[in-house]
Design a protein around this ligand. Structure first.
Ligand SMILES: NC(=O)c1ccc[n+]([C@@H]2O[C@H](COP(=O)([O-])OP(=O)(O)OC[C@H]3O[C@@H](n4cnc5c(N)ncnc54)[C@H](OP(=O)(O)O)[C@@H]3O)[C@@H](O)[C@H]2O)c1
Length: 223
């Protein structure tokens, strides 16, 4: 019989993270779920422990951040963050710090949502930050790292994002034409990404795995 594990999730108030949190609470694989965020979520569940943290300084919360599998769904946009520096802090620094602190506390698996196009040497700032984040997480010596690189995310959010809405309207009608090598450009539901994260965690693999969007879609249907 498999050991029952503890999951830690950051970004549980977001699109992918919200689905991920719900799946973790339902999963028999996890007896405890620790949600780490900058604000408390309006959610009570016998398995759920909430930690309200300052991502600029995780040290005070670190003793409570003990988990086997860590699911990181943090992220923002340059527009929402207000500057490139503020965006970098959330999408790079907070993610790498979360990985560092949880690894030091014994986490073995780190699963993180990056993005299609992530590349540390990219000209596009967003892709470069995601690529640097991926590289820096891999340096931490975790037993298992799963990196998810979804295409445009689909799903309901509290806020409206005009750029993403326009992109969805343009890409959705083309979606059925995206076959073969184009499959990885197909928009993907935030829920499917969350399903893929839980499925990947359940495989108990060792090493670094990078999942492009078409692979995420395939993994997600296996949960
Ligand atoms: N949108 C797309 O089409 C797309 C495509 C490819 C990849 N991605 C990536 O996929 C990941 C998940 O995206 P998503 O759409 O699910 O994200 P989301 O709905 O915007 O949620 C982001 C999460 O990050 C937290 N967060 C943001 N800024 C923060 C800050 N300054 N301090 C602490 N927490 C902060 C949010 O917490 P609060 O609720 O407290 O703000 C929320 O829990 C992101 O890394 C994103 O870059 C997105």
């Amino acid at each position: 019989m498999q050991k029952v594990r503890t999951a830690l999730i950051a970004g549980g108030s977001g699109l992918v993270g919200g689905h991920c949190l719900q799946l973790l609470l339902k999963s028999d694989r996890y007896s405890q779920v620790i949600s780490v965020g900058r604000r408390e979520l309006p959610l009570i569940h016998p398995k759920l422990e909430q930690l309200v943290v300052d991502f600029d300084d995780l040290k005070p919360a670190a003793p409570d951040m003990v988990a086997d599998d860590v699911f990181c769904c943090l992220g923002t946009t340059i527009k929402k963050a207000g500057s490139k520096e503020a965006f970098y802090k959330v999408d790079h620094t907070y993610v790498v710090e979360l990985a560092r602190v949880t690894a030091a506390k014994g986490a073995t698996q780190f699963l993180v949502v990056s993005s299609m196009g992530a590349n540390a040497h990219a000209m596009i700032f967003y892709n470069k930050v995601k690529g640097q984040m991926e590289q820096d997480v891999q340096q931490l010596g975790l037993e298992t790292v799963h990196i998810f690189r979804p295409s445009l995310l689909l799903g309901e959010r509290e806020e409206t994002r005009s750029g993403e809405e326009i992109a969805s309207k343009v890409m959705l009608p083309l979606s059925n034409l995206m076959v073969g090598p184009l499959k990885k450009y197909k928009p993907i539901a935030g829920e499917t990404v969350a399903q893929a994260m839980l499925q990947a965690a359940s495989l108990n693999q060792h090493g670094v795995y990078i999942h492009p969007s078409d692979e995420i879609a395939r993994l997600g249907t296996q949960l």
